[in-house]
Design a protein around this ligand. Structure first.
Ligand SMILES: N[C@@H](CCC(=O)N[C@@H](CS)C(=O)NCC(=O)O)C(=O)O
Length: 75
């Protein structure tokens, strides 16, 4: 199962790109929203993504960060 790490959809159009793609193509995934900025008690983008930015897609041990790379990986 894919796990997609994203930021708030109201503020992160980068996050929306793979999210919309996966929804429209009915690709099963779980979504984890990471708050932007370091919010105590919550994981940061650096905790879930090697680039420190989201979106980031996890498939088992594999991490794909960057919205375009994610779409290419899924294709
Ligand atoms: N080129 C990247 C841009 C990703 C990006 O800038 N994400 C922002 C949220 S919109 C982010 O994670 N910012 C966290 C930070 O800069 O600490 C992509 O296409 O995925």
């Amino acid at each position: 199962m894919y796990e997609l790490f994203i930021a708030n959809k109201n503020y992160s159009s980068w996050s929306l790109r793979p999210w919309v793609l996966m929804r429209e193509l009915a690709i099963p995934f779980t979504e984890t929203v990471i708050p932007l900025g370091n919010v105590p008690g919550h994981p940061s983008t650096a905790d879930v993504s090697p680039s420190g930015r989201v979106p980031c897609l996890r498939n088992g041990q594999l991490l794909v960060w960057d919205s375009l790379a994610i779409t290419e990986y899924l294709s």
